[in-house]
Design a protein around this ligand. Structure first.
Ligand code: GLC
Length: 746
């Protein structure tokens, strides 16, 4: 036996050595080719590699002159191949172009919005979705996507919360890494591989007041502890590119921020890819009031470490003269060109510059649609299910009323940022419910034309449909245009007259199952009291209908968990689980309720805590929350040892029993608290999670291994440290759990 183990070890070591050697040899070969090419390039041709423009039309002369490096938003393969042929055969050095596109959550087969994908808490599934998206995008000649968006945010007013993975660095990192690996595959040169882009670097989701592009002011240690970890994970996952963000951070716009783009990204993290600006974010340094003019913007952005300029023309206009006058060293230009050419060689672009769509499977094929359906199913979060009104049993239903425009909104169910999704390919919930139940059982009454309507004329029909039914499926929420870039809301309640419609339908006394389509958490706690069940669907993509019907009628138990805290009211924002304790934390005992305060009451000292007298201190639903059609019982939460040394790996375990009658998946979550630190620490932080399938009546032993190094933070001197001391941990079904495990790090 020992000999066998020894042999296996030798073989593994040999394999590892070989693969490392192979990678090193590949890199050396690429370095040689890049350096040889740079030696031949003129300054104009070098600067040409730093330029990205929109669309292929009219670009021939630029490409022939070697003055263009990448084209975004050209998806006509013929036009791409024609322009690429100019680059390969008519330019002096034959350097290929990279064709790029925002492939954010699917290409032709649209997946749930990223916030919905985060709600699956299933990185493996998300990775599959990214790989499928890459295959479809590649069939249209897209070699580079501006995704994943890994901006942590704690502000649902911000429209782009829809495009990221929520409030937590660990969940966001897991989803970002899965997406990068899904896009890029094993090799960037793979036939189905697409270059990823970690964006928007950095802290774009911390925009003041949830206003897009707005000011970001975060202390460096919070920046490093909360907003940067997903980007560091992206570097470790070998994301080939980063995108500089629009926003400023503490007064320095990200696109001209040397601390971010050079010190952190390259010096500290050893990032080897290249950085592209956001759309005209180089020129916007002038608008920020950080650059005097476009020439100054070119200088500040390029010398900060932004290699490629998207859309604006500062680099092509001013870099050459700044090199010739010695203001910018040509070696700096060479470094940026080297990073870009290295990626182009790794992508295999020099060997395979063209696209033949026949090399790829048909888009929107059954396999792709099934995968989209599977991801959408796991993205659905069951927030309420009074008296187990769900799952519905088709045979027990004489009539079902489907109400609300979002039940049959093939465009809106696709969500924000779907350049290449087409509503013609959508299956809506109404269609799926009719297919499943039979049209004769379904009464559809939109009640309104769109979610924002202030027009009640459709209410009567909707109420009548409810009266004729045994159960009401009420589709509420936001159209897709109400979230996404520059679509922020100061009031995140249900738009229009939807809450009034809920009240009117509730008067019929029929059970109401609400399905919410939205790009963010919404606040409707009061009217939700009139709902028997709430299934939060985000914007589920092409296969929204079948996925929602699958869960509503019990083909699959919901397993989604909230990737973001749901506030009770917009006034509570920012509200998130990983908050600090403060010196006077609120509790149910100390919450002094506004309408119970006696007249002329005196300011009490004992009850003074960090609550609101009107909305208390808790959210409507906590981070990580989501119900199931079964019930899970947690027991034996424990840690292997009571005392650890720095450098150890801490082992946790828990027993989870499916105590119900339905097979289901559960997301087991591990939270840890560092009780005392040289800086105050959050009351809990997600350290790890595992999604497990447990058959009805079965149990699962779930283990977690956490290196002590994961429990650190950036101290006042910006050193990442794990400090010795006492810790608490808890393992459960969402973040609102007791930390009942104690351990110490010596
Ligand atoms: C934008 C977005 C960015 C996107 C880029 C190209 O304005 O901020 O996320 O990738 O333009 O479309």
């Amino acid at each position: 036996m020992k000999k066998l183990i020894h042999l296996l070890l030798v073989l593994t070591l040999f394999q590892f050595t070989c693969s490392t050697e192979k990678t090193n040899n590949q890199q050396a070969a690429i370095d040689t080719r890049v350096n040889a090419l740079i030696k031949q390039m003129t300054l104009d041709e070098k600067i040409g590699q730093l330029i990205q423009k929109n669309g292929a039309a009219g670009m021939d002369s630029l490409v022939r002159a070697g003055a263009l490096s990448s084209v975004l938003n050209e998806i006509d393969v013929l036009a791409q191949n024609q322009l690429q042929r100019v680059a390969m055969e008519e330019s002096r050095l034959g350097i290929p172009l990279i064709f790029a596109r925002d492939v954010i959550h699917g290409f032709n087969t649209v997946l749930p919005i990223p916030l919905g994908q985060a709600a699956t808490w299933n990185p493996d599934l998300v990775k599959e979705g990214a790989a499928m998206s890459a295959t479809e995008a590649r069939s249209s000649g897209i070699r580079w996507t501006f995704s994943p968006m890994i901006d942590v945010t704690r502000d649902p007013r911000w429209g782009r919360i829809a495009e990221g993975y929520g409030e937590d660095p660990v969940l966001t990192s897991a989803m970002g890494v899965a997406t990068i690996k899904g896009y890029q595959g094993e090799e960037l040169s793979g036939k189905n591989s697409m270059l990823a882009c970690a964006k928007h670097f950095a802290a774009y989701g911390a925009a003041e007041a949830g206003r897009d592009y707005h000011t970001v002011a975060v202390p460096e240690n919070e920046l490093r502890d909360v907003y940067l970890p997903p980007f560091k994970a992206a570097v470790e996952a070998e994301a080939g590119t980063f995108m500089a963000a629009f926003n400023e951070i503490n007064g320095i716009p990200a696109t001209g921020n040397k601390f971010l783009l050079s010190k952190v990204l390259r010096d500290e993290w050893n990032f080897k890819g290249f950085v592209v600006s956001d759309w005209e974010s180089v020129r916007q340094l002038v608008v920020h009031g950080y650059a005097h003019d476009n020439k100054d913007a070119a200088y500040k952005s390029f010398t900060a470490g932004c290699d490629m300029e998207m859309a604006s023309t500062c680099y092509e206009t001013y870099l050459k003269e700044m090199v010739n006058s010695g203001v910018v060293g040509e070696e700096l230009i060479n470094e940026a060109v080297r990073d870009i050419l290295t990626i182009k060689f790794k992508m295999g672009l020099f060997e395979n510059p063209y696209t033949n769509p026949d090399d790829y499977p048909a888009v929107l094929n059954d396999e792709h649609k099934q995968l989209s359906r599977n991801i959408a199913r796991e993205s659905l979060v069951l927030l309420k299910n009074e008296s187990a009104v769900l799952p519905l049993k088709k045979d027990n239903i004489r009539k079902v009323a489907v109400i609300g425009p979002l039940a049959d909104a093939p465009h809106d169910q696709l969500g924000t940022w779907i350049f290449d999704g087409n509503k013609a390919n959508s299956t809506t919930p109404l269609q799926a419910i009719q297919d499943y139940c039979g049209k004769d059982k379904v009464i559809y009454a939109p009640g309104m034309d769109i979610s924002r309507t202030m027009n009640r004329t459709g209410f009567a029909k909707a109420i009548d449909a409810a009266k004729q039914s045994d159960v009401v499926l009420l589709f509420i929420g936001e159209e897709s245009i109400l979230s996404g870039e520059s679509h922020c809301r100061a009031d995140i309640s249900l738009p229009g007259l939807q809450e009034e419609l809920i009240t009117e339908i509730a008067k019929t006394g029929k059970p109401i199952v609400a399905v919410v389509m939205a790009g963010r958490p919404l606040t409707f706690e009061e009217s939700a009291k009139e709902l028997d069940a709430i299934l939060y669907a985000w914007h589920p993509g092409t296969m929204a209908g079948p996925a929602v019907a699958d869960v509503l009628f019990g083909q699959e138990s919901p397993s989604g968990k909230l990737p973001v805290t749901f506030p009770r009211t917009v006034g509570q924002i920012p509200i998130y689980y990983a908050q600090k304790n403060s010196g006077k934390p609120a509790s149910d005992e100390t919450w002094e309720r506004m309408y119970e305060i006696p007249p002329e009451a005196f300011q009490l000292s004992v009850g003074n805590t960090n609550h609101y007298i009107d909305y208390g201190f808790k959210p409507w639903f906590p981070f990580g929350y989501g119900l199931s059609y079964t019930s899970f019982e947690y027991s034996n939460q424990k840690v292997e040892k009571a005392v650890y040394n720095l450098g150890d790996t801490i082992k946790f375990s828990v027993t989870v029993v499916n105590t119900g009658k339905t097979d289901a998946k559960e997301v087991v979550q591990l939270y840890v608290r560092d009780l005392v630190g040289s800086r105050t620490r959050p009351v809990k932080q997600l350290e790890d999670f595992k999604k497990v399938f447990i058959a009805a009546g079965d149990s699962a032993e779930v283990d977690f291994s956490v290196p002590t190094n994961s429990l650190g933070f950036h101290d006042q001197e910006m050193n990442y440290v794990t400090e010795s001391g006492d810790f608490l941990a808890g393992i459960g079904s969402n973040s609102d759990l007791e930390l009942n495990i104690q351990f110490t790090i010596k």
